[in-house]
Design a protein around this ligand. Sequence first.
Ligand code: MRU
Length: 352
Amino acid sequence: MKPISWDGRQLRVIDQRLLPVRVKWIDLNGAEDAFDAIREMKVRGAPLIGVVAAFGLALELQKKDSSNLEGLKTEAERIASRLNAARPTAVNLKWALDRMLETVRRSTNPDDCRNEAIKRAVEIMEYEEQTSRKIGEVGEPLLEDGETVLTHCNAGSLATVDYGTALAPIRVALKRGKRIRVIATETRPALQGARLTAFELMKDGIDVTLISDTMVGYVMSKGMVDKVIVGCDRLLSDGHVVNKIGTYQVATMADRHDIPFYAALPWSTVDLTTPLSEVKIEQRNPAEVELVRGRRIAPKGVKVFNPAFDITPPELVTGIITDRGMIYPPFRKSILEANERGLSRPVVARRV
Ligand code: MRU
């Protein structure tokens, strides 16, 4: 289920806040629409917000009929910095905007600048679609016929352009005839697991069972989980996995029960420069915790803490499934090697 469409003129996205009750497509016409869609989580998921930001910038430049190239370039820098602030944790946003600015800075006249910006946004969208497929191919051998995979949040088609990251190996395994079941955590407070993962898997006829976040330890202790695969919003150079709040708890439980824990991500999610101490964890509106789908569940005025992401340390991560192949410990070394080798060498997953 693709959450984004571009027909060469109009950008449209599914408003994910309304899923699974309603599938409503909305038009995004420029940078402010893109900013609002990302900030308000009409679109979400690390790769998808990068793609939407890239289009937001490109579409905004089309509106500026300036014949002043330098003015256009200055405007592009301003728009990119605004879009980048929409959500601070997923590095894909910066990754996509950096690529857009690279294109803008290279352009030699205003028309070229506007045209090339659209082309680059399309390229970024296609890149994210292709990397999802590659992640599926790379991760599929990890899964054996009859296994159950637990996933957290939504790292499926709805978080990317198509196919997903964490869900991609499952889709490929099913295509190859393996019987794979999925356990999806509900993922409080925004409920991406219940609303989005359960929805997209059921739509595709994939066997999914929904549990609340509090049931992770129980299902693992009962032997109901063979592997964990989650997505990622930022992979640090030493293997720390920044992902949806609750991921760290899932990884800790998996470790306790000797269940392999994998993160799946495209290379656009890798951040080789930011140290752990400087990762900005997005704090969201307390209302997300106080209310459930608009209904109050906590007393008015209660103090609320609402970080949207947490950080899983490398020692809890069995392997990382990427479009550049599998990455295993020691992560600092293997992440650098994968960065240098690019896409040239095929890497095969090994079973644990
Ligand atoms: O707050 P969200 O819904 O944008 O968070 C999404 C996640 O944490 C996903 O696991 C992550 O972006 C990986 S998406 C392929």
